[in-house]
Design a protein around this ligand. Structure first.
Ligand SMILES: Cc1cc2nc3c(=O)[nH]c(=O)nc-3n(C[C@H](O)[C@H](O)[C@H](O)COP(=O)(O)OP(=O)(O)OC[C@H]3O[C@@H](n4cnc5c(N)ncnc54)[C@H](O)[C@@H]3O)c2cc1C
Length: 504
């Protein structure tokens, strides 16, 4: 009889005097661990000293209690791990860099977690200008590879250590999204491993690619993806800050926001401009990916308009030597690191987001309510912060049905975080939801609520989050779930798409 993989690995590890703890979990608490061990997989369980590292995540508010974390070395390892999960009737989730604000990589307690950090291959096809990325790649090394070797770019989120596919499949929003679309728009295809270990490539026009563009982790493990890339015409950029003066009133801040909105709706803000309006200090900060003179031409009328409501408006701008310099400033110093930086200290946090669209823009009342709600925190065991990212740009040319996460006509992406001071208060989630309730309720008056997957509130009911994230796309997502993951192996997290029979 041929020796098993497990036997070979044990022999190799003992020959190399490797700690068996890392190569094979030392103790086998039974069930799935026995199977993983039998398959010769590298994994960690809660009794291993590797457990703390294996379950490290940004979100500390949410428990991380998987049954095991498998460090997959290759595709065969994932096939074997999925087989163990099937036999043990255990759900599976994928961890890349562990940044999910909802703690979804480790999912519900008892999940088998597949760690993809070894899947970091990158390649570029000059004939299509598509970049192929492994399912475990992260933003910094990927963007740098593309820039250094091919002088091209893809829109990405603003965190150099953040995983590529997790962030792209959750929509993604970055400083070049107004020009080039959201990261998920730029997914050309995704190669999935499904629950039974089979491979499928979700290509252009397929249901599965559409589903991946907003709900990707619900369908399988994304082993790799092809991403559309873009030429950078002007190898330079500038960043800027607009201040409304010291301590502007809520009326002033809300009026300023609406002026910016008017300019965006009138197409007077070029797609090369990114703009983030900070809820705390009411500054607008962003980047411009063109010549300084073009920036001045675009901003002068807006500044004039802002000065008519806040006479002490100031503009500070800083011309950057190269596009890459802007990438490092916007996305972090890890853009120049082979690892993309580090996960960093975790946070006890809760996130909420809303989206206003161009056909239902913010009213004066809604804008005031946003700032009033945000400023009304009256306790010290948590802090809150937030901003509005101006979207418009390319989104005005997309329809809700283009991707599963609806984003047609998105105008503002609004985010509010609550962060606990060293722990999370038991009433923290309801406190943060109630803090923003007046704003949320004011939005309900003019239309259905919308949100954004990467910043979605993990503590909403199914009918609420499904409508806010997917709207009328949700039923189609459920049909695709039934076709691709009928056993619901990849449903072990809060916002997993349910089978049709499970809805409502
Ligand atoms: C510092 C920082 C900055 C950020 N900036 C932005 C921003 O500018 N814009 C924005 O839109 N978002 C932003 N985010 C949010 C971020 O995009 C999401 O949290 C993203 O999901 C994190 O991906 P990850 O791989 O690091 O996390 P993980 O927690 O490892 O994964 C996130 C989710 O994706 C799934 N997943 C990951 N990889 C795969 C795969 N290969 N196959 C199947 N499922 C997979 C996981 O199971 C989980 O559900 C930021 C987050 C941080 C921490």
């Amino acid at each position: 009889m041929a020796p098993t993989r497990s036997f070979i690995l044990q022999v190799v590890s003992s020959l190399l005097y490797l700690s068996p703890e890392w190569v094979l979990a030392q103790t086998s608490p039974g069930g799935i661990a026995t199977c993983l061990q039998g398959e010769g997989l590298q994994f960690s369980t809660s009794s291993d000293t590797t457990w703390t590292t294996a379950t490290a995540a940004l979100q500390l508010r949410v428990l991380r209690e998987p049954s095991a974390v498998v460090f997959a070395q290759d595709r065969d390892d994932i096939v074997a791990a999925l087989s163990c999960a099937r036999n043990a009737s255990v759900k599976v989730s994928t961890v890349n860099r562990g940044h999910s604000f909802q703690g979804y990589a480790f999912g519900t307690p008892g999940n088998l977690v597949i760690d993809l950090k070894n899947f970091t291959a990158l390649s570029f096809d000059a004939s299509t200008n598509e970049l192929t990325v492994g399912g475990g790649t992260n933003v910094g090394p990927t963007a740098k590879y593309l820039w250094d070797n091919h002088h091209r770019h893809f829109p990405h989120v603003r965190g150099s250590h953040v995983g590529m596919l997790g962030s792209m499949m959750g929509g993604g929003f970055g400083t070049t999204t107004r020009m080039f679309g959201s990261p998920m728009d730029n997914l050309a295809s995704v190669e999935y491993m499904l629950a039974n270990g089979s491979l499928v490539t979700a290509g252009a026009g397929s249901d599965l690619l559409w589903a991946a563009q907003g709900a990707g982790p619900s369908f399988g493990i994304a082993l790799s993806a092809k991403i559309r890339t873009h030429a950078i015409v002007h190898d330079g950029a500038l960043n800027y800050t607009i201040s409304l003066g010291s301590d502007p009133s809520i009326d002033t801040v809300a009026s300023a926001l609406l002026r910016i909105q008017e300019f965006a709706l009138d197409n007077q803000l070029p797609d090369e401009l990114s703009l983030r309006f900070m809820l705390g200090n009411a500054q607008s900060v962003g980047y411009f990916y063109g010549q300084e003179a073009a920036f001045d031409r675009a901003m002068t009328p807006l500044l004039d308009s802002l000065r008519s409501i806040a006479p002490n408006v100031t503009l500070r701008k800083n011309v950057l030597a190269s596009f890459w310099e802007s990438e490092v400033i916007s996305t972090g110093i890890g853009m120049n690191s082979p690892t993309g930086g580090t996960l960093g200290a975790g946070r006890f946090m809760h996130i909420q987001s809303w989206v206003a669209t161009s056909d239902n823009p913010l009213s004066a009342k809604q804008a005031s309510s946003l700032f009033e709600s945000h400023r009304s925190r009256n306790r010290t065991d948590l802090t809150n912060s937030g901003f509005l990212d101006l979207w418009a740009g390319t989104s005005l040319r997309t329809a809700d049905s283009d991707t599963s996460l609806h984003q047609g006509k998105n105008l503002w992406l609004i985010r509010v975080d609550g962060v606990g001071n060293g722990s999370w208060p038991t009433d923290g989630v309801s406190y943060m939801q109630n803090l923003m309730r007046p704003f949320t309720d004011s939005l309900r008056v003019t239309g259905p609520l919308r949100s954004f997957v990467n910043y979605a509130d993990s503590d909403l009911d199914l009918d609420e989050w499904s409508a806010m994230l997917y709207g009328s796309n949700f039923a189609r997502l459920q049909e695709i779930k039934a076709a691709m993951d009928p056993s619901e192996m990849f449903s072990g997290y809060g916002h997993a798409i349910p089978l049709p029979s499970r809805a409502w």
